[in-house]
Ligand binder design. Sequence first.
Ligand code: UFG
Length: 343
Amino acid sequence: MARTILVTGGAGYIGSHTVVSLIEHGFDVVIADDLSNSSPKAVAAVAKLTGKEVTLVEVDLTEEFQVRKLFANYPIEAVVHFAGLKAVGESVEQPLRYYQVNLGSAMNVLKTMARHDVWDFVFSSSATVYGDPEVLPIPEGAATGPTNPYGRTKLMIEDICRDLAASDKRWRIGLLRYFNPVGAHPSGEIGEDPQGHPNNLVPFVMQVAVGRRDKVQVFGDDYNTADGTGVRDYIHVVDLALGHLAALDNLTAGCEEFNLGTGSGASVLEVIQATAKASGKEIPYEIVARRAGDIATSLADPSRANSQLEWRADRNLEVMIADAWRWQEKNPYGFGERPADSN
Ligand code: UFG
């Protein structure tokens, strides 16, 4: 019988792509999502893409009884935990909400797993745990030091996992530190659909390309990088999804961190150029002041994941941007409707 995987936050951007990969590799999936920042349309699209029915349970993971019910109702054998709040700026304004939701959900899930004798846990962590990195590219052993409440919730959940694994040898935990996930499924049926003003570069540039916004604001061109703009290790969301599969397949006793990135970087201007090329549209931009809290360069050393998980992110920036554009062009308003007041 196929293994049943609980995917929390499985209706979201990275979650939905991971669910596709899991189903394509023969797993049964139960999605738990509160749909606060995701759409049931993503789950419908996943079902269409895979030709399989996908179970979506609307759950508030901060309510322990709801998590217990979930484990009582489905034969869950492993958990991939994406669910959580993820906006850096919002976390600075509403720290308690971030600690409550992100830590509360993770603890309820972990507690209920142990009650049900389920010990395999893959956690959606972030390169944000490194803060301003001490070395580049960044290995997992580098110092951590997140600079905002969102990042601290990621590191705290990692700490909880490390403590749990030390307390009971049955735990098998993979902490996946994502660099900058972008792109979309090549079908253009699922992709990133930020609500309101996109915080991240690629969704913003895509909205300019599709005509929803006038121009990109480039946050600073005086960084110590080749063209002065920020450099990030962008990773195709399908490669990232496959990283979760590799992690599940290769979990070992204990708790281990894995960087998921490509190891090479692109600047803001390179992302803008790649988008102009993929879309055939002009992408107007202006250089503005640096964004508070940004760093010059973030680059993964992904060698641990390459060797231990036998996984590699090989889709390049051109593919990432071409796939992001296909999704955006097909779905200019994401899973939502075109607002009535737009022209
Ligand atoms: N940028 C712009 N204009 C924009 C948006 C971003 O110039 O409108 C620049 C940023 O300054 C940065 C680069 O584009 O140089 C990438 O910015 P993103 O916001 O896309 O990504 P970040 O690296 O800042 O953020 C990512 C994750 C966060 C995580 C953070 C810190 O999206 O979840 O890394 O590691 F917290």
